[in-house]
Design a protein around this ligand. Structure first.
Ligand code: PLP
Length: 401
């Protein structure tokens, strides 16, 4: 049986051939060190106890379907969170819960796009955005983020990519894979372009509380009260509960004429009946309670130490540099083409996997057009990071393509 032709334009390489090769090797009995996924809990960064307790306590009550938008108490908590962040017009009915941000990304695009409509997506990006635009029949048009400027978005390039078919702008901040935290000036520049060209903004802010060195995360919607913004977040990263599959969106800046889009979104929410109900019970406690993520990112905190350690070690490898990430969970390192002449970065990570039993991700899997970047997750403890980076150092010292 053949697959739908539509899928031919859909790529999700970070779970593609490289991962399949790792699975084959594991099936053959090899132990693989995996630093390819932003999945905190398996690295001892467990979901905070009160959040788990809430799900357990509500399990008996959570046997039936919920409202298609999600349970009211969780939507109130999300609305209040955005209000506190300065997005003053968000009400519980502007909030929609989902089985992770991933499901919501599919829904917000499905509700918007007709065949050939264009969406501005950062390069590099979290590749679900590009894949989902294409899956919905749209066209992902990439705008450059500038590595020499700490991976801030290149506003001139972004402006040059806008056409009559452009419907929306995706902003991932803090960014996966680069770890950039966008300046207020960059955000205001993007908002102004959206305002001028009548674009909706999708603000993927799933890493909003994971910022280092006192960096400030600016909630995009708070800077754009008059622009339709869909802000998105969830439990997977900040609350280390990726397996719960729980996320939210909040719409703001929508006016009377935008209700058609919002009705479409509601229709899609109805079609999927409701998100996983037990996991919805975690949201109120997560958002309202003590924010234990702060302990991990402050001086002496585990995530901050791991970021510093991994970055120091990676940039000490000859021919490797890396913008120090200000947020999120990843190093996006660059191989200097003068030292490492790489033509195929996917082959490089497969060769690394086969020779060193280490799994990381190739940069072109994140929609950049040069084969010279690698993404590594720094969720593991420092001794494991040392081991991994040592393997990369050994591998690169002799690797030729
Ligand atoms: N958005 C970004 C930028 C991500 O990095 C991820 C997961 O890695 C997601 C969305 C999806 O998260 P969820 O687990 O909520 O589906």
């Amino acid at each position: 049986m053949r697959q739908a032709k539509r899928l031919k334009s859909v790529r999700y390489d970070i779970r593609g051939p490289v991962l399949r090769r790792a699975q084959e090797m594991e099936a053959a009995g090899h132990r693989i060190l995996k630093l390819n996924l932003g999945n905190p809990a398996p690295w001892g960064l467990a979901t905070p106890g009160p959040i788990v307790a809430d799900v357990v306590q509500n399990l008996v009550e959570a046997q039936g379907y919920s409202d298609a938008r999600g349970i009211y108490s969780a939507r109130v908590a999300v609305a209040q969170r955005y209000q506190n962040l300065g997005v003053t017009d968000v009400q519980p009915d502007d909030v929609l819960l989902g089985n992770g941000v991933s499901e919501l990304i599919m829904m917000v695009l499905q509700a918007l796009l007709d065949s050939g409509d264009e969406v501005l997506v950062p390069s590099p990006d979290y590749p679900l955005w590009t894949a989902a635009v294409n899956l919905c029949g749209g066209q992902a048009v990439h705008y450059r983020c500038d590595e020499s400027a700490g991976w801030q978005p290149d506003l001139e390039h972004l402006a040059s990519r806008i056409t009559e078919r452009t419907r929306a702008l995706v902003v991932i901040n803090p960014n996966n894979p680069t770890g950039a935290v966008y300046s207020e000036q960059a955000l205001l520049g993007m908002i102004e372009l959206a305002r001028r060209h009548g674009l909706m903004i999708f603000a993927d802010e799933i890493y909003d509380r994971i910022v280092y060195d006192g960096a400030t995360h600016h909630t995009l919607a708070a800077l754009a009260p008059d622009v339709p913004v869909v802000s998105m977040g969830g439990l997977s990263k900040v609350y280390r509960a990726a397996g719960f599959r729980s996320g939210w969106l909040a719409t703001s800046g929508f006016t009377g004429t935008d209700t058609d889009y919002l009705n479409g979104l509601q229709l899609l929410a109805n079609l999927r009946v409701c998100p996983n109900v037990p996991a919805q019970h975690a949201i109120q406690t997560a958002l309202g309670g003590y924010q234990s993520i702060d302990e991990l990112i402050r001086p002496g905190g585990r995530l901050l130490e791991q970021r510093d350690h991994a970055w120091r070690e990676v940039v000490s490898i000859p021919g490797v540099d890396c913008v120090k990430p200000e947020g999120a969970l990843y190093l996006f390192a660059r191989l200097d083409p003068a030292v490492h002449k790489i033509h195929d970065d996917e082959k490089l990570v497969i060769d690394l996997l086969e020779q060193q039993h280490l799994l990381i991700s190739h940069g072109s899997g994140f929609n950049i057009d040069t084969p010279d970047h690698l993404r590594m997750v720094f969720l593991a403890p420092t001794d494991v990071l040392d081991d991994a980076i040592g393997r990369i150092r050994t591998f690169l010292s002799t690797y030729r393509q």
